[in-house]
Design a protein. Sequence first.
Length: 73
Amino acid sequence: MTYEYRCKECEQTFDVIATVAEKAAGIEPECPECGSKETAQIFGAVGILSSTGSGGGFDPGPPCGPGMGAGCC
């Protein structure tokens, strides 16, 4: 899988390719720009694929907000 990271030192973003097992074992990526190991994984929005509807199969899911209930966001 590909994981996106951001360097806390120079703000560079970069991708790391690792297996799920490698990620679970605790990879410590190094910034390719400055060499720092002070990095943080970036978590983007996740869409939900749907086989219904006319949106081409992509459904971003319901928006989160006040009153949406437990488990939202």
